[in-house]
Ligand binder design. Structure first.
Ligand code: SF4
Length: 458
Protein backbone atom coordinates (compact mmCIF):
# COMPACT_ATOMS: atom_id res chain seq x y z
CA UNK A 1 0.00 0.00 0.00
CA UNK A 2 1.41 3.38 -0.93
CA UNK A 3 2.01 5.52 2.11
CA UNK A 4 1.78 9.19 1.23
CA UNK A 5 1.28 12.01 3.75
CA UNK A 6 -1.82 14.16 3.27
CA UNK A 7 -2.14 17.96 3.76
CA UNK A 8 -4.40 17.17 6.73
CA UNK A 9 -1.50 15.51 8.59
CA UNK A 10 0.51 18.71 8.15
CA UNK A 11 -2.47 20.92 9.02
CA UNK A 12 -2.82 19.13 12.37
CA UNK A 13 0.56 20.62 13.41
CA UNK A 14 -0.06 24.17 12.10
CA UNK A 15 -1.19 27.00 14.44
CA UNK A 16 -4.68 27.21 12.78
CA UNK A 17 -4.81 31.01 13.10
CA UNK A 18 -5.72 31.53 9.43
CA UNK A 19 -3.92 34.87 9.71
CA UNK A 20 -2.58 34.92 6.15
CA UNK A 21 0.92 36.06 7.17
CA UNK A 22 2.39 33.21 5.15
CA UNK A 23 0.68 34.72 2.07
CA UNK A 24 -1.82 31.88 1.98
CA UNK A 25 -5.37 32.70 3.10
CA UNK A 26 -5.71 29.72 5.46
CA UNK A 27 -3.52 27.22 7.28
CA UNK A 28 -5.04 24.47 5.14
CA UNK A 29 -3.96 26.25 1.94
CA UNK A 30 -0.47 26.62 3.45
CA UNK A 31 -0.45 22.87 4.27
CA UNK A 32 -1.38 22.03 0.66
CA UNK A 33 1.37 24.35 -0.65
CA UNK A 34 3.90 22.69 1.68
CA UNK A 35 2.90 19.31 0.28
CA UNK A 36 3.50 20.61 -3.25
CA UNK A 37 6.88 22.09 -2.23
CA UNK A 38 5.62 25.53 -3.27
CA UNK A 39 6.53 27.22 0.01
CA UNK A 40 8.71 26.73 3.08
CA UNK A 41 7.76 25.97 6.69
CA UNK A 42 9.74 29.05 7.75
CA UNK A 43 7.08 31.23 6.05
CA UNK A 44 4.73 30.63 9.00
CA UNK A 45 6.03 32.85 11.83
CA UNK A 46 3.76 31.20 14.42
CA UNK A 47 5.00 27.62 14.06
CA UNK A 48 6.53 26.15 17.23
CA UNK A 49 9.82 24.26 17.12
CA UNK A 50 8.13 21.03 18.20
CA UNK A 51 5.52 21.26 15.43
CA UNK A 52 8.17 22.13 12.86
CA UNK A 53 10.08 18.95 13.77
CA UNK A 54 6.85 16.92 13.56
CA UNK A 55 6.08 18.26 10.09
CA UNK A 56 9.64 17.72 8.90
CA UNK A 57 9.31 14.11 10.04
CA UNK A 58 6.09 13.73 8.02
CA UNK A 59 7.70 15.31 4.97
CA UNK A 60 11.02 13.43 5.14
CA UNK A 61 11.85 11.73 1.85
CA UNK A 62 11.54 7.94 2.11
CA UNK A 63 14.93 7.66 0.40
CA UNK A 64 17.62 9.34 2.48
CA UNK A 65 19.88 11.94 0.97
CA UNK A 66 23.60 11.23 0.95
CA UNK A 67 26.33 13.83 0.43
CA UNK A 68 30.00 13.15 -0.29
CA UNK A 69 32.98 15.29 -1.27
CA UNK A 70 33.98 18.55 0.38
CA UNK A 71 35.40 20.85 -2.34
CA UNK A 72 32.32 20.39 -4.51
CA UNK A 73 29.87 18.37 -2.37
CA UNK A 74 27.54 16.07 -4.29
CA UNK A 75 24.13 15.01 -2.98
CA UNK A 76 22.33 11.92 -4.24
CA UNK A 77 19.11 10.18 -3.19
CA UNK A 78 16.15 11.94 -1.53
CA UNK A 79 13.62 10.27 -3.86
CA UNK A 80 10.01 10.85 -2.80
CA UNK A 81 7.94 9.25 -5.54
CA UNK A 82 8.03 6.24 -7.85
CA UNK A 83 6.93 8.20 -10.90
CA UNK A 84 7.97 11.64 -12.06
CA UNK A 85 4.43 12.89 -12.69
CA UNK A 86 3.55 12.34 -8.99
CA UNK A 87 5.84 15.21 -7.95
CA UNK A 88 9.28 15.34 -9.56
CA UNK A 89 12.59 13.51 -9.19
CA UNK A 90 15.21 15.19 -7.01
CA UNK A 91 19.02 15.04 -7.19
CA UNK A 92 19.83 13.82 -10.71
CA UNK A 93 21.71 10.51 -11.07
CA UNK A 94 25.39 11.21 -10.49
CA UNK A 95 27.53 10.44 -13.55
CA UNK A 96 30.89 9.15 -12.33
CA UNK A 97 33.88 8.29 -14.49
CA UNK A 98 36.40 5.72 -13.38
CA UNK A 99 40.20 5.71 -13.24
CA UNK A 100 42.20 2.74 -12.00
CA UNK A 101 45.46 2.32 -10.14
CA UNK A 102 47.00 0.33 -13.02
CA UNK A 103 46.68 3.25 -15.41
CA UNK A 104 49.68 5.47 -16.00
CA UNK A 105 49.75 9.00 -14.59
CA UNK A 106 49.23 10.32 -18.11
CA UNK A 107 46.14 8.14 -18.65
CA UNK A 108 44.66 9.16 -15.30
CA UNK A 109 45.36 12.81 -16.01
CA UNK A 110 43.75 12.58 -19.43
CA UNK A 111 40.57 10.96 -18.00
CA UNK A 112 40.33 13.64 -15.31
CA UNK A 113 40.84 16.40 -17.87
CA UNK A 114 38.15 14.94 -20.14
CA UNK A 115 35.80 14.65 -17.16
CA UNK A 116 36.37 18.27 -16.18
CA UNK A 117 35.98 19.47 -19.78
CA UNK A 118 32.81 17.50 -20.57
CA UNK A 119 30.04 20.07 -20.65
CA UNK A 120 26.61 19.67 -22.17
CA UNK A 121 24.66 22.87 -22.67
CA UNK A 122 20.93 22.36 -22.96
CA UNK A 123 17.97 24.63 -22.40
CA UNK A 124 20.22 27.30 -20.99
CA UNK A 125 21.86 25.06 -18.39
CA UNK A 126 25.25 23.34 -18.33
CA UNK A 127 25.74 19.77 -17.18
CA UNK A 128 28.81 17.56 -16.89
CA UNK A 129 30.52 14.76 -15.00
CA UNK A 130 29.72 14.78 -11.27
CA UNK A 131 32.43 12.67 -9.65
CA UNK A 132 35.48 10.47 -10.17
CA UNK A 133 35.79 6.88 -9.01
CA UNK A 134 39.22 5.43 -8.25
CA UNK A 135 39.27 1.63 -8.58
CA UNK A 136 41.86 -0.64 -7.02
CA UNK A 137 42.85 -3.18 -9.69
CA UNK A 138 46.44 -3.82 -8.61
CA UNK A 139 45.34 -4.55 -5.00
CA UNK A 140 48.44 -2.65 -3.92
CA UNK A 141 48.06 -0.08 -1.14
CA UNK A 142 50.83 2.11 -2.60
CA UNK A 143 49.43 2.18 -6.15
CA UNK A 144 45.92 2.91 -4.92
CA UNK A 145 47.07 5.71 -2.63
CA UNK A 146 49.21 7.23 -5.41
CA UNK A 147 46.29 7.31 -7.88
CA UNK A 148 43.91 8.72 -5.25
CA UNK A 149 46.44 11.44 -4.44
CA UNK A 150 46.75 12.33 -8.12
CA UNK A 151 42.95 12.67 -8.42
CA UNK A 152 42.70 14.80 -5.27
CA UNK A 153 45.48 17.09 -6.49
CA UNK A 154 44.18 17.58 -10.02
CA UNK A 155 40.40 17.75 -9.61
CA UNK A 156 37.86 19.27 -7.28
CA UNK A 157 35.22 16.64 -8.11
CA UNK A 158 33.98 14.38 -5.29
CA UNK A 159 35.56 10.93 -5.16
CA UNK A 160 34.31 7.36 -4.91
CA UNK A 161 36.90 4.92 -3.55
CA UNK A 162 36.38 1.53 -5.14
CA UNK A 163 38.21 -1.24 -3.32
CA UNK A 164 37.12 -4.56 -1.88
CA UNK A 165 40.03 -4.85 0.56
CA UNK A 166 40.11 -2.95 3.88
CA UNK A 167 43.90 -2.30 3.93
CA UNK A 168 43.86 -0.96 0.37
CA UNK A 169 40.79 1.14 1.12
CA UNK A 170 42.42 2.57 4.23
CA UNK A 171 45.44 3.67 2.19
CA UNK A 172 43.05 5.41 -0.22
CA UNK A 173 41.16 7.10 2.61
CA UNK A 174 44.45 8.35 4.03
CA UNK A 175 45.41 9.78 0.64
CA UNK A 176 42.02 11.49 0.37
CA UNK A 177 42.66 13.79 3.33
CA UNK A 178 39.47 15.68 4.18
CA UNK A 179 37.69 14.80 0.95
CA UNK A 180 34.98 12.64 2.56
CA UNK A 181 34.74 10.17 -0.35
CA UNK A 182 31.99 7.60 -0.85
CA UNK A 183 33.35 4.15 0.03
CA UNK A 184 32.52 1.42 -2.47
CA UNK A 185 31.82 -1.23 -1.26
CA UNK A 186 31.47 -3.43 1.85
CA UNK A 187 30.44 -7.08 1.55
CA UNK A 188 28.95 -9.13 4.37
CA UNK A 189 32.47 -10.35 5.27
CA UNK A 190 34.10 -6.94 5.26
CA UNK A 191 31.20 -4.92 6.71
CA UNK A 192 32.61 -4.61 10.20
CA UNK A 193 36.03 -3.36 9.14
CA UNK A 194 34.53 -1.04 6.48
CA UNK A 195 32.16 0.44 9.05
CA UNK A 196 35.08 1.09 11.34
CA UNK A 197 36.89 2.92 8.50
CA UNK A 198 33.75 4.82 7.47
CA UNK A 199 33.32 6.11 11.02
CA UNK A 200 36.99 6.98 11.43
CA UNK A 201 37.13 8.94 8.17
CA UNK A 202 33.52 10.26 8.41
CA UNK A 203 32.84 8.81 4.97
CA UNK A 204 29.55 7.36 3.71
CA UNK A 205 29.58 3.65 2.93
CA UNK A 206 28.12 1.54 0.10
CA UNK A 207 27.01 -1.95 1.09
CA UNK A 208 26.97 -4.63 -1.62
CA UNK A 209 25.18 -7.95 -1.97
CA UNK A 210 23.28 -9.99 -4.54
CA UNK A 211 20.40 -10.56 -2.18
CA UNK A 212 18.12 -7.60 -1.45
CA UNK A 213 17.15 -9.05 1.96
CA UNK A 214 20.81 -9.28 2.95
CA UNK A 215 21.37 -5.75 1.66
CA UNK A 216 18.60 -4.59 3.98
CA UNK A 217 20.23 -6.24 7.00
CA UNK A 218 23.63 -4.77 6.15
CA UNK A 219 22.14 -1.29 5.69
CA UNK A 220 20.43 -1.59 9.10
CA UNK A 221 23.72 -2.54 10.71
CA UNK A 222 25.64 0.31 9.09
CA UNK A 223 22.93 2.85 9.90
CA UNK A 224 22.83 1.59 13.47
CA UNK A 225 26.58 2.28 13.64
CA UNK A 226 25.96 5.91 12.63
CA UNK A 227 27.18 5.59 9.04
CA UNK A 228 25.48 7.15 5.98
CA UNK A 229 24.58 4.33 3.59
CA UNK A 230 24.30 3.68 -0.16
CA UNK A 231 23.21 0.36 -1.68
CA UNK A 232 24.87 -1.66 -4.43
CA UNK A 233 22.54 -4.52 -5.46
CA UNK A 234 24.99 -6.81 -7.28
CA UNK A 235 23.44 -8.23 -10.48
CA UNK A 236 24.48 -10.35 -13.42
CA UNK A 237 22.37 -8.72 -16.12
CA UNK A 238 20.52 -5.52 -16.90
CA UNK A 239 17.14 -7.22 -16.39
CA UNK A 240 18.19 -8.39 -12.92
CA UNK A 241 19.57 -4.95 -12.02
CA UNK A 242 16.34 -3.23 -13.09
CA UNK A 243 14.24 -5.75 -11.14
CA UNK A 244 16.28 -5.16 -7.99
CA UNK A 245 16.30 -1.37 -8.34
CA UNK A 246 12.52 -1.33 -8.74
CA UNK A 247 12.01 -3.70 -5.79
CA UNK A 248 14.28 -1.61 -3.54
CA UNK A 249 12.68 1.71 -4.48
CA UNK A 250 9.15 0.33 -4.15
CA UNK A 251 9.96 -1.10 -0.73
CA UNK A 252 11.34 2.27 0.39
CA UNK A 253 8.65 4.56 -1.04
CA UNK A 254 5.47 2.50 -1.05
CA UNK A 255 6.12 0.29 1.96
CA UNK A 256 8.37 2.66 3.90
CA UNK A 257 11.00 0.03 4.62
CA UNK A 258 13.56 2.44 5.98
CA UNK A 259 16.61 0.18 5.63
CA UNK A 260 16.10 0.15 1.85
CA UNK A 261 15.53 3.91 1.71
CA UNK A 262 19.06 4.72 0.55
CA UNK A 263 20.59 5.84 -2.75
CA UNK A 264 21.43 3.08 -5.25
CA UNK A 265 24.88 2.91 -6.89
CA UNK A 266 25.41 0.77 -10.02
CA UNK A 267 28.32 -0.18 -12.28
CA UNK A 268 26.79 -0.54 -15.77
CA UNK A 269 30.01 -2.15 -17.06
CA UNK A 270 29.55 -5.11 -14.69
CA UNK A 271 26.32 -5.97 -16.53
CA UNK A 272 28.06 -6.46 -19.89
CA UNK A 273 29.75 -9.74 -20.85
CA UNK A 274 33.55 -9.41 -20.84
CA UNK A 275 33.87 -11.30 -24.14
CA UNK A 276 32.57 -8.36 -26.17
CA UNK A 277 34.88 -6.51 -28.47
CA UNK A 278 36.09 -3.16 -27.22
CA UNK A 279 34.28 -1.20 -29.96
CA UNK A 280 30.94 -2.58 -28.78
CA UNK A 281 31.50 -1.67 -25.17
CA UNK A 282 30.92 2.08 -25.14
CA UNK A 283 27.47 2.02 -26.68
CA UNK A 284 26.37 -0.97 -24.59
CA UNK A 285 27.52 0.80 -21.45
CA UNK A 286 25.70 3.98 -22.52
CA UNK A 287 22.54 1.99 -23.25
CA UNK A 288 22.61 0.14 -19.91
CA UNK A 289 23.38 3.33 -17.99
CA UNK A 290 20.47 5.10 -19.68
CA UNK A 291 18.07 2.30 -18.73
CA UNK A 292 19.33 2.50 -15.14
CA UNK A 293 18.76 6.28 -15.03
CA UNK A 294 15.13 5.50 -15.85
CA UNK A 295 14.95 3.01 -13.02
CA UNK A 296 16.23 4.60 -9.87
CA UNK A 297 20.04 4.49 -10.12
CA UNK A 298 21.28 7.43 -8.02
CA UNK A 299 24.92 7.10 -9.08
CA UNK A 300 26.53 5.36 -12.06
CA UNK A 301 30.20 4.45 -12.23
CA UNK A 302 31.29 4.42 -15.88
CA UNK A 303 34.35 2.88 -17.47
CA UNK A 304 33.99 4.61 -20.83
CA UNK A 305 34.58 8.31 -20.51
CA UNK A 306 34.18 9.42 -24.13
CA UNK A 307 31.65 12.10 -24.99
CA UNK A 308 29.75 9.51 -27.08
CA UNK A 309 28.99 7.60 -23.84
CA UNK A 310 28.35 10.62 -21.64
CA UNK A 311 26.35 12.87 -23.95
CA UNK A 312 23.24 10.68 -24.42
CA UNK A 313 22.90 9.84 -20.74
CA UNK A 314 23.45 13.40 -19.51
CA UNK A 315 20.82 14.57 -22.02
CA UNK A 316 18.38 11.86 -20.93
CA UNK A 317 19.03 12.61 -17.27
CA UNK A 318 18.14 16.26 -17.74
CA UNK A 319 14.80 15.31 -19.30
CA UNK A 320 13.92 12.85 -16.55
CA UNK A 321 14.90 15.12 -13.68
CA UNK A 322 13.18 18.27 -14.92
CA UNK A 323 9.92 19.21 -13.21
CA UNK A 324 7.09 17.89 -15.41
CA UNK A 325 4.70 20.51 -14.03
CA UNK A 326 6.90 23.45 -14.96
CA UNK A 327 7.24 24.11 -18.70
CA UNK A 328 10.77 25.01 -19.69
CA UNK A 329 10.47 28.68 -20.60
CA UNK A 330 12.71 31.56 -21.63
CA UNK A 331 12.12 35.28 -21.21
CA UNK A 332 9.69 36.68 -23.78
CA UNK A 333 10.74 39.85 -25.63
CA UNK A 334 13.40 40.83 -28.11
CA UNK A 335 16.58 38.73 -28.10
CA UNK A 336 19.68 39.45 -30.16
CA UNK A 337 21.65 36.80 -32.05
CA UNK A 338 25.08 38.27 -32.83
CA UNK A 339 25.11 42.05 -33.20
CA UNK A 340 22.00 42.88 -35.21
CA UNK A 341 21.52 46.37 -36.63
CA UNK A 342 18.61 48.26 -38.11
CA UNK A 343 18.71 46.25 -41.37
CA UNK A 344 18.94 42.79 -39.74
CA UNK A 345 16.14 40.23 -40.19
CA UNK A 346 13.54 39.75 -37.44
CA UNK A 347 12.28 36.24 -36.73
CA UNK A 348 9.37 35.31 -34.52
CA UNK A 349 9.50 32.31 -32.19
CA UNK A 350 7.84 31.07 -28.98
CA UNK A 351 9.18 31.01 -25.40
CA UNK A 352 9.26 27.20 -25.08
CA UNK A 353 12.92 26.72 -24.09
CA UNK A 354 13.61 23.81 -26.45
CA UNK A 355 12.20 25.71 -29.43
CA UNK A 356 14.04 28.89 -28.45
CA UNK A 357 17.44 27.22 -28.11
CA UNK A 358 17.00 25.23 -31.33
CA UNK A 359 15.96 28.32 -33.29
CA UNK A 360 18.63 30.60 -31.81
CA UNK A 361 21.28 27.89 -32.43
CA UNK A 362 20.19 27.47 -36.05
CA UNK A 363 20.06 31.23 -36.61
CA UNK A 364 23.60 31.38 -35.21
CA UNK A 365 24.67 28.67 -37.66
CA UNK A 366 23.53 30.88 -40.54
CA UNK A 367 26.26 33.31 -39.50
CA UNK A 368 23.86 36.27 -39.74
CA UNK A 369 23.05 38.83 -37.07
CA UNK A 370 19.32 38.66 -36.34
CA UNK A 371 16.63 39.88 -33.97
CA UNK A 372 14.59 37.10 -32.38
CA UNK A 373 11.15 38.19 -31.22
CA UNK A 374 10.08 35.71 -28.53
CA UNK A 375 6.39 35.63 -27.77
CA UNK A 376 4.98 34.37 -24.47
CA UNK A 377 3.16 31.09 -25.16
CA UNK A 378 3.41 29.93 -21.52
CA UNK A 379 6.20 27.57 -22.46
CA UNK A 380 4.24 25.91 -25.30
CA UNK A 381 5.76 24.91 -28.63
CA UNK A 382 4.44 26.54 -31.82
CA UNK A 383 1.89 23.84 -32.67
CA UNK A 384 0.65 23.45 -29.09
CA UNK A 385 0.36 27.23 -28.71
CA UNK A 386 -1.64 27.48 -31.94
CA UNK A 387 -4.04 24.79 -30.75
CA UNK A 388 -4.21 26.15 -27.20
CA UNK A 389 -4.67 29.76 -28.29
CA UNK A 390 -1.45 31.10 -26.71
CA UNK A 391 -0.07 32.13 -30.11
CA UNK A 392 -2.43 34.79 -31.52
CA UNK A 393 -1.90 37.62 -34.02
CA UNK A 394 -3.04 40.16 -31.42
CA UNK A 395 -0.46 39.07 -28.84
CA UNK A 396 2.30 39.24 -31.49
CA UNK A 397 1.25 42.77 -32.46
CA UNK A 398 1.26 43.75 -28.78
CA UNK A 399 4.76 42.29 -28.41
CA UNK A 400 6.03 44.23 -31.45
CA UNK A 401 4.89 47.42 -29.70
CA UNK A 402 6.21 46.44 -26.26
CA UNK A 403 9.62 45.47 -27.68
CA UNK A 404 9.87 48.83 -29.52
CA UNK A 405 10.62 46.97 -32.73
CA UNK A 406 9.61 49.99 -34.83
CA UNK A 407 12.64 51.88 -33.58
CA UNK A 408 14.98 48.85 -33.41
CA UNK A 409 14.81 48.17 -37.17
CA UNK A 410 14.34 50.34 -40.23
CA UNK A 411 12.35 47.73 -42.22
CA UNK A 412 8.91 46.22 -41.58
CA UNK A 413 9.39 42.53 -42.36
CA UNK A 414 8.72 39.76 -39.83
CA UNK A 415 9.62 36.13 -40.49
CA UNK A 416 7.19 33.77 -38.74
CA UNK A 417 7.55 29.98 -38.17
CA UNK A 418 6.30 27.88 -41.12
CA UNK A 419 3.99 26.02 -38.71
CA UNK A 420 2.24 29.32 -37.94
CA UNK A 421 1.64 30.18 -41.62
CA UNK A 422 -2.10 30.45 -41.06
CA UNK A 423 -1.58 33.59 -38.95
CA UNK A 424 -0.03 35.47 -41.86
CA UNK A 425 -3.10 37.30 -43.24
CA UNK A 426 -4.48 38.52 -39.91
CA UNK A 427 -1.02 39.42 -38.64
CA UNK A 428 -0.30 41.52 -41.74
CA UNK A 429 -3.63 43.26 -41.39
CA UNK A 430 -3.25 44.05 -37.67
CA UNK A 431 0.44 44.96 -37.66
CA UNK A 432 0.94 46.61 -41.02
CA UNK A 433 4.18 44.59 -41.32
CA UNK A 434 5.07 42.36 -44.26
CA UNK A 435 4.91 38.77 -43.00
CA UNK A 436 7.26 36.20 -44.55
CA UNK A 437 6.57 32.53 -43.77
CA UNK A 438 9.76 30.76 -42.68
CA UNK A 439 10.54 27.02 -42.73
CA UNK A 440 8.61 24.41 -40.73
CA UNK A 441 11.79 22.92 -39.29
CA UNK A 442 14.31 24.94 -37.32
CA UNK A 443 17.22 23.11 -39.00
CA UNK A 444 16.21 24.69 -42.36
CA UNK A 445 16.60 28.24 -41.01
CA UNK A 446 20.25 28.70 -42.15
CA UNK A 447 19.49 27.83 -45.79
CA UNK A 448 16.25 29.85 -45.63
CA UNK A 449 18.10 32.95 -44.40
CA UNK A 450 20.84 32.56 -46.98
CA UNK A 451 18.31 32.28 -49.80
CA UNK A 452 16.14 35.09 -48.49
CA UNK A 453 15.99 37.79 -51.21
CA UNK A 454 17.85 40.93 -50.21
CA UNK A 455 14.65 42.98 -50.14
CA UNK A 456 12.93 40.50 -47.79
CA UNK A 457 15.84 40.56 -45.40
CA UNK A 458 15.03 44.17 -44.82
S1 SF4 B 1 1.04 32.17 8.83
FE1 SF4 B 1 0.82 30.21 9.90
S2 SF4 B 1 -0.94 30.52 11.19
FE2 SF4 B 1 -1.03 32.11 9.68
S3 SF4 B 1 -2.29 31.25 8.00
FE3 SF4 B 1 -0.19 30.81 7.51
S4 SF4 B 1 0.13 28.78 8.36
FE4 SF4 B 1 -1.71 29.58 9.35
Amino acid sequence: MPVKPSPLEIYMHLPKKNCGECEFPTCMAFAAAIMEHKTELGDCPHLSEADRLEIEGILAAPVARLTFGTKRPLTIGEARVMHRHQLKFYNPTAVTVEVTDVQTDVEVESTIRRALETKVEMLGETYGVDSISVASVSRSKESFARTVRQVVETSDLPIILNSWEPEVLEAGLDACGDERPLIFAATRDSLESYMELAKRYRAPLTVADQDVGELRLMAREAEGGGVDVALYPVSGSLAEALRKNIAIRRAAIENRIRELGHPIVVLPRSLIGRQLERKELWWREALIASALIFRYADALILENTGVETLLPMITLRQSIFSDPKVPAEVRPGLHRIGSPGKDSPVLLTVNYALTFFLVSGDVGKAGMDCHLLVTDTEGMSVLNALVGGQLQPRSVVELIKQAGLDSEVSHRTLIIPGLAARLRGELEELSGWEIVVGPNESRDIPSFLKELPEKSRR
